[in-house]
Design a protein around this ligand. Sequence first.
Ligand code: ZN
Length: 284
Amino acid sequence: MRYFVIVTALLISCSGKDRKIFDAHLHGDPDLEKQFQTLHTSGVYEAAVSSGWEIQQGFGIEHNQVSGVKILHGLFIPCPLGKVPYSQQKRACYENGNEWPEVAWVEQQIKEKKINFMGEVLTQYYGISSSDTLMYPYYALAEKYNIPVGLHTGSAGPDHGCPDFKEEMGNPLLLQSTLNKFPKLRVWLMHAGAPFVKEFIEMMKANPGLYADISVLNNPVIIPPADFSSLMKSFIDAGLEDRLMFGTDNADIETTTKAIEQLEFVSAKQKEKLFFKNAERFFH
Ligand SMILES: [Zn+2]
């Protein structure tokens, strides 16, 4: 009996089912089965995923067949050189291998519920502003169908394979003219606009519908924990605890959740908001 109790307790703590996680920033791995099993056992019950079109089709329409994790399907726009960044030029973003998807095709996918959000928006990797007029037809569609838009901001890792990438195009302030032109657009800024966090906080205050995911920032392999802690303190002190969402960007789930769990100035209630409550409100 005692043995049984211990084993049960171990199983519960290892399964991660005692916590709820919504991963707002994920890309599909070629080994989908393994990826989603890991997420599931870590407590992830829903994820916003963007991948090359072929991988995207393997997720299943609403739930990943293997793990049962609920999937929201994204679409990279645009797609520099027609390939998913960091895929070593191996994977196409769309079936036809183009850099820009046809607007009518995108609309059809939205209608068929094969796309639930636009993202990751890769304008910076393409070397243009997030408010470039090339994006307007897509933003107009997102507004028309009320689907979220997730925009890459900040910097980039090595070996992304996009020769036109421009660091200065990662400034979140570039999006302001789009927000003025499409006032109903539901946008979240990926990586919380870092390293332009000061500007982004002002922007969030001025645009109450703007959300952010904290992927990469919560990855201690890339951002030192002390820096993550002070960034989070700035957001919390600015009263933005209701608009920050957890994301892994495919980093280790245990490490990225631990980075948040160990923030002493963030209450248990605020952590719940970060791990799933804010994302549920934003995406649904
Ligand atoms: Zn990104």
